[in-house]
Design a protein around this ligand. Structure first.
Ligand code: ADP
Length: 534
């Protein structure tokens, strides 16, 4: 199981603090015990001293009974177990515990060892050295202090004097007190220390845990949650109100990182979008170019065939027309069949016009290019057409680029194109409408862009693919279907492009773009150098 940061921290800190406080408590208890003991020793020693001093005169007078009474009296005090007098031979000469009177104490016993342990017994030593702790007959813990009774100078002159000048030590007063009182006080203090230690420990750990939770756990938790959110792709994830410490700095760095990541992602998306748009544009361009190529090839093949047919038909047609005219003018002609002959002549002329169109579509004529203004060519074409009845109900709008540069073209051929398209537009609006002519400069200043828009019937989608094919017409005998195919060939030979956009019921727009300077293949002025002119 993974331990949480707070748990780990709390467990380790608690263990360290607990160990430190236990050691501290033990040292405390130990030194307290020593203090208590020293105090007890001092008290008992003082008592011994007092006892020796107060019995001084009785001893000088050798009033043993009085001494015993006094000792007996003092021995009844609370806490005193018993008091005994031991002579220098180790015989207990008096004791408040009468049972032991007369017993001889072994000098080598632990209690006597502090003075008698040396080769020459010590006459003076510290009270602590003279003290001992042991268990009495009832098993109670007691403290004993032996105090020497020394020969006083007055002893040497006293009546009862029987000690020699070398008898420095007369005996020992041994006071034994109970340690129960001290021990119960000690236990009370020890318990107090333990309780205080644990209370302090609890307080310390609680504050430590609260502090860790607030200063470390909460900010780390926030950082962790936000990092997880970031990892799942949420780049809007931010850490609110970062603190002023190192973790706050970390949170701020996280916020900066998330912001940079989001910006980078946004940029990438934008690049992706732009790239997609560019690919789409290029694909469309390639598709248009492909269409145009197919159309050009189709035109080239059709042009070749049309040229052959036109040549073959032209001569017999000339013969028919010539002889037909002779017959029609002959006075011998039966007036009843004159209308039929006229019809033959009329249809022959129509065939002648078609052949003429075919020849135009397929000819390899030399074009005469010069710099002309497309705006001017549009005006010229309109001036030829706008007075015809077909244009009476049509509103013509000229949206010309005011500073359109001149283009290197064959003006006659371009006029022919404009004428075809404008006539078609007018024919598509028999009830009247708008004819909008717009010129512009495109692809930064290298192409002249021309739009001829009408609000006529429009071209159905299925016909849009066919309108540039020779002989495609929806006008029956009134049309030849050659106008747009010839126009396509002319624009193509100028290195330009012609497109159409139409919607049935809304109108049609022809879009022509011409380069300011024609490409090298057309610089020679040949129309349709790669094949028959269209
Ligand atoms: P024609 O005019 O002799 O029919 P074109 O090649 O000029 O031959 O035109 C081919 C066909 O394209 C037309 O018959 C007509 O159906 C269609 N067309 C051309 N221009 C337009 C236009 N502006 N509006 C509607 N249809 C048009």
């Amino acid at each position: 199981m993974q331990l949480k940061l707070l748990t780990k921290f709390t467990v380790v800190t608690s263990a360290a603090v607990l160990a430190a406080m236990i050691i501290f408590a033990l040292i405390n208890i130990r030194s307290l015990k020593n203090i208590f003991l020293e105090e007890a020793v001092k008290d008992v020693d003082n008592l011994s001293e007092t006892l020796i001093r107060t019995t001084h005169y009785q001893m000088l007078e050798n009033d043993r009974e009085r001494v015993r009474q006094m000792i007996q009296e003092v021995g009844t005090q609370k806490g005193i177990e018993h008091i005994r007098l031991i002579n220098k031979d180790g015989v207990i000469i008096f004791s408040t515990d009468h049972v032991e009177i007369g017993e001889v104490i072994n000098k080598n016993a632990e209690a006597c060892n502090m003075c008698h342990g040396k080769e020459v017994p010590l006459l003076q030593t510290s009270s602590m050295n003279r003290s001992r702790i042991f268990k009495d007959r009832t098993g109670k813990e007691v403290l004993g202090i032996a105090r020497g009774i020394y020969t006083d100078p007055s002893c040497l002159v006293a009546e009862c004097h029987f000690h020699g000048p070398d008898d420095k030590l007369l005996g020992v007063l041994d006071v034994i007190v109970s340690l129960e009182d001290m021990n119960s006080k000690m236990i009370g203090h020890r318990n107090g220390i333990i309780i205080l230690t644990f209370a302090l420990l609890l307080l310390l750990l609680t504050s430590l845990a609260a502090l860790t939770q607030r200063v470390i756990n909460r900010p780390v938790g926030k950082l962790l949650a936000n990092t997880r959110r970031l990892a799942t792709g949420n780049l809007e994830s931010r850490i609110e109100n970062p603190s002023g410490d190192e973790l706050g700095e970390l949170a701020q760095s996280f916020n900066v990182m998330a912001k940079n990541l989001r910006n980078a992602q946004k940029e990438l998306r934008e690049w992706g979008g732009a790239l997609e748009a560019r690919v789409e544009d290029r694909t469309r361009e390639i598709r248009d170019m492909q269409k145009q190529l197919i159309q050009s090839e189709k035109m080239a093949a059709l042009g070749e065939m049309s040229a052959g047919i036109a040549h073959e038909i032209n001569n017999p047609l000339t013969g028919i027309l010539m002889f037909g005219s002779i017959i029609a003018g002959d006075p011998r002609l039966d007036p009843g069949i004159k209308p039929d002959v006229d019809t033959i002549l009329q249809e022959t002329r129509r065939c002648g016009a078609i052949v003429q169109g075919l020849l135009e579509f397929s000819r390899n004529s030399v074009s005469h290019k010069r710099e002309v203004s497309i705006n001017h060519l549009l005006d010229k074409t309109l001036s030829l057409l706008e007075h015809q009845t077909l244009f009476f109900n049509i509103r013509i709008l000229r949206l010309y680029h005011p500073a359109l540069p001149d283009v290197m073209v064959d003006p006659n051929q371009i006029e022919q194109v404009l004428m075809n398209i404008i006539l078609n537009a007018a024919q598509a609006m028999p009830e009247g409408g708008d004819l909008i002519l717009k010129t512009d400069l495109r692809e930064p200043g290298s192409l002249v862009h021309l739009e001829i828009r009408d609000t006529g019937c429009g071209i159905p989608a299925e016909n849009l693919e066919k309108i540039f094919n020779p002989f495609f017409t929806t006008k029956g005998v009134r049309g030849t279907g050659l106008g747009l195919s010839v126009s396509y060939g002319i624009i193509d030979s100028h290195g330009g492009r012609i497109n159409v956009d139409s919607e049935v019921g809304n109108g049609t727009t022809f879009i022509i773009s011409l380069p300011l300077s024609p490409p090298a293949r057309d610089a020679r002025g040949d129309v349709g150098a790669s094949g028959p002119a269209v």
